[in-house]
Write a new protein. Structure first.
Length: 235
């Protein structure tokens, strides 16, 4: 045996880590790996200011709704004003409450009246007019509707069931067959007045009773029946 060669005892002196030591060290290494990492730290979410959370997120929608509401209010206001102006100066609908104009107009018919007509031209014979009821008429209606039979300055007379104007028989094709006008004495229509009679001569309280109507009382000319819908027609 060479003196430099280690003996068995010396070889046994080589330190070999025991199982317990390995078991103790390994968890330590694992713990360090779990703590020490190359990944960048996760950034924390920034705190949101409460004032920002309180701000309405639908402000543009509210502004749009407000703008739309204002627009509609203006449109409705203009439409209302236009309706008032039209009704006051141009057109107005009237309801037929009685049978004095049968069968040209029936009860519950509705007509449109042109209020501008006689600002542009004079009253014509045969026109159907709406006019204010005379104070001494005694009927319950505010307005009446009749047909123009005689004009200012003309002499009107009823005899033999027919109407005569200045002594000449008046042709009235709008009257239903068999309708007669009765008899009434000849009368001269005053200036700026018209002689009005209903088409249903036997059931009409008209100029034969209430006299000639001042043109200043005329509301306008009925020119179209608008109801019932199946009877729409020009007058």
């Amino acid at each position: 045996m060479s003196p430099d060669e280690p003996t068995v005892d010396e070889a046994a002196t080589v330190v070999v880590p025991s199982v317990d030591e390995v078991a103790v060290k390994e968890p330590s290494a694992v713990t360090e790996e779990a703590v020490v990492t190359d990944e960048p730290p996760v950034a924390e979410a920034p705190l949101v200011d409460q004032a920002i959370l309180d701000e309405p997120v639908d402000a543009p929608a509210k502004q749009s709704l407000l703008r739309g509401s204002v627009e509609w209010a203006v449109i409705l206001g203009v439409a209302l004003i236009a309706a008032v102006v039209i009704r006051q100066f141009l057109l107005q609908a009237f309801y037929i409450p009685s049978g004095s104009m049968e069968h040209t107009l029936e009860i519950r018919d509705r007509v449109l009246v042109n209020k501008l007509s006689y600002r542009l031209h004079k009253v014509h014979r045969g026109d159907i007019l709406v006019f204010e009821r005379p104070a001494d008429d005694g009927s319950g209606s505010k307005d009446l509707i009749k047909r123009v039979v005689a004009l200012p300055g003309e002499t009107v007379e009823g005899r033999d069931g027919a109407v005569f104007i200045n002594g000449q028989l008046l042709n009235e094709p709008y009257l239903a067959r068999g309708v007669t006008s009765g008899s009434f004495p000849a009368q001269r229509v005053p200036p700026a007045h018209v002689w009005m009679m209903g088409d249903n001569r036997s059931n009409s309280r008209d100029s034969r009773v209430i006299g000639a109507i001042p043109e200043s009382k005329v509301v306008g000319r009925a020119f179209i029946r608008v109801f019932p819908l199946d009877s729409i027609s020009l007058l």
